[in-house]
Write a protein that binds this ligand. Sequence first.
Ligand code: SF4
Ligand code: SF4
Ligand code: SF4
Length: 243
Amino acid sequence: MGDRKLSVGIFKLSSCDGCQAVFFEVDMPFEVVYWQLGKSDSVFEDVDIAFVEGSVSTEEEREKLYEIREKSKLLVAIGACAVSGGIQALRNFGDFENVLRVYPEPNWLKVSEKSLPIKEVVKVDYEIPGCPINAQVLQDFINAIKHNRRPAVPNYPLCMQCKRLGYACVTDLKGLVCLGPITNAGCGALCPSVGRGCYGCFGPCEGANVKAFVSWLKGQGLYSREIFENENAYAEPIREVIQ
Ligand code: SF4
Ligand code: SF4
Ligand code: SF4
C-alpha cells in the first residue's frame, strides 16, 4: 500500500449510533471516506477497513452488509448490537407474532423475525464489544493497525481489570450480582468502581463458563433470568442458558 493512507468506512445497521459516536473521541490517522454521522460527503466505495455498528434486522440491512463485506478488506464489528444482536435481539427469544402485535399497523414493518449479530451473516475479522464501545480500546485498535501490529481487543474477564485497579468486590462486600467473572474487560470496571455490579454490557469474554456461573449464582440464591436480559442476551454462551 506504500505511503497511501488507509481508507475507512463507518457503517450503521440497526443501532442507536452510540458506538460510531465514539469515533469523535479518537485520533483517526486514516482517511474516512464513508461515515454518514460525521461527514456530509460520504462515498460508499471500496475501503481498507469497514467498522460496522448495529445488528442485521431487515432484509435491506442484510443486502447492505453483503455489499460492505464485498467492498472492504477488513471488517470490524463494533458494539453489542453488531457483536451479539443488541437489545433488538431480545425478540429472538419470543413469539414474533406477539412482537408484531405491539404495533397498530404491523403490516407496515419491514423487519426480519430475528435480529442477528453480523458474524451470523458475513465473515467478521475483528469484534470490539461494548455498549457503547470504549474509546481507549478503539484507539488501541486503530494504533495497532497503523503500526502494522495485530490488534489485541481485551477478551479476558472484567474481574482481572477490577482487581488490578484495586476495587472492592461488590459481591463479596455487598452480596450484589456482578457479571464480572464472565464479562469482557475494557470499560475499566466502571460499575464496581462506584459500588455497583456489572450487568455485562461488554458481553461474554472468551471461554466464559456461563453455565457454571449460573449454577454458582443459584447456589447463592442470586439467580434470576432477568440478569441476562440485556443487549448481549443473544451472545452464544448466554443464549444457551436463557433459551
Ligand atoms: S451497542 Fe449500544 S451504544 Fe452501540 S449501537 Fe448498540 S445500543 Fe447503541
Ligand atoms: S466487583 Fe465484579 S468485577 Fe470486580 S472482582 Fe467482584 S465480581 Fe469481579
Ligand atoms: S462494569 Fe459492566 S455494566 Fe458497567 S460499564 Fe463495565 S461492562 Fe458495562
